[in-house]
Ligand binder design. Structure first.
Ligand SMILES: *Cc1c(COP(=O)(O)O)cnc(C)c1O
Length: 347
């Protein structure tokens, strides 16, 4: 029999206390409303099976995924009715799975509502589109009698620009209130992470933070509440001295100005550490700052160890990955920075 598979030389360090603390801070900021959690896309790349039990333990009782396959992954961790599928019912198979599993669909149209009723569906959520023009029941259709026949647990809408002080916020809030008056429901929900900071008008009964749980700072006024959760880490696989004038990495985009000591770490664009970090990213270990030299390649990146004589092969380094700062530096959004992180990290 084979021995256990060795640990990979890259890992995603998750600060579990910070995750819990972020949920608690957002729950408090939600006032009378309860905070749920958007855990779609594998909890934004962190690993939904790690994140969901921690948030459940903290008190979270409403989890949002996009797909039925994502809901299936969580069924042994939390009660099925605490999970809602945002994409709703694309087919009769979706409706059958919802009924058999007890997971709630978020109904997004009159056609989805009829599909749910035809399947004999019970409690569901309903998404009203108050201006994103993406997914959800258009405001012009909220009077359709089919919605009156649903047993709506949460009546949702989704903000398009809550991270900005935009007139869209108040406009959408007004339409959401209109929808609440038109369609019977048990609870109402509007705010994503940034929306929670817009005040009690936006809270309803339930909020749906995602990015801020995982360390994203969608509005500067939330920075003091949110702690960093995710740090990509990689092992130094090889150390060498490079002579002045030698190039480093593909296409030699960096040329050593003097003799320097460099280290190759096991992290590349296939892991979501994209080429935009070439010559720009930084890592840290033992109090040293380690700039990226030359191009990031698929599985490897080279860092400058000239000022870090204490580091060598087998040591671990941590990427500078505070999301707000990393987004500014890389040109990627905070959401992309998380959801890019690949499957080769141990988590
Ligand atoms: C993803 C999502 C959220 C979470 O948004 P964040 O900006 O990450 O807080 C909330 N509601 C819906 C409908 C979503 O799709």
């Amino acid at each position: 029999m084979l021995p256990e598979v060795p640990e990979p030389p890259l890992r995603l360090s998750l600060d579990r206390d910070a995750l819990t603390s972020n949920w608690q801070a957002l729950d408090r900021l939600s006032g009378k409303a309860r905070a749920g959690a958007a855990v779609k896309a594998d909890a934004y790349g962190l690993g939904a099976r790690l994140v969901v039990p921690l948030l459940h333990q903290a008190g979270c009782r409403d989890f949002f995924v996009a797909h039925w396959t994502e809901a299936a992954e969580l069924l042994d961790l939390v009660p099925a009715p605490s999970i809602a599928v945002l994409h709703g019912l694309q087919s009769a198979a979706d409706a059958g799975y919802a009924i058999a599993s007890g997971v709630k669909p978020v109904i997004n149209s009159a056609a989805q509502a009829r599909r749910w009723l035809d399947a004999g569906g019970g409690a569901c959520d309903l998404m009203v589109d108050t201006g994103i023009n993406r997914l959800g029941v258009p405001m012009s259709e909220i009077g359709d009698e089919v919605f009156a026949r649903l047993r709506v647990d949460v009546l949702h809408s989704h903000l398009i620009a809550a991270e900005e002080d935009s007139p869209n916020n108040a406009r959408q809030c007004r339409k959401w209130r209109e929808a609440r008056a038109a369609i019977a429901h048990t609870r109402a929900s509007l705010a994503n992470s940034a929306g929670i900071a817009l005040g009690s008008d936006y809270h309803g009964d339930l909020t749906r933070p995602g990015i801020a749980l995982y360390g994203g700072v969608p509005r500067a006024d939330m920075a003091h509440l949110i702690r960093q959760v995710v740090s990509p880490q990689a092992m130094i696989m090889q150390v060498r001295d490079v002579e002045a004038g030698e190039g480093i990495g593909y296409n030699a985009t960096f040329t050593a100005p003097a003799r320097m000591r460099v280290g190759t770490i096991s992290l590349g664009y296939a892991d979501g550490y994209l080429r935009c970090w070439s010559g720009k990213g930084t890592f840290r270990a033992g109090g040293y700052e380690l700039p990226v030299l030359g191009r990031v390649s698929m599985d490897m990146t080279v860092v400058d160890l000239s000022n870090a004589p204490g580091l060598g092969e087998g040591d671990w380094v941590t990427a500078d990955y505070a999301l707000a700062e990393a987004a500014t530096a890389s040109g990627l959004s905070q959401y992309e920075l998380l959801t890019l992180l690949g499957g080769r990290f141990s988590r």
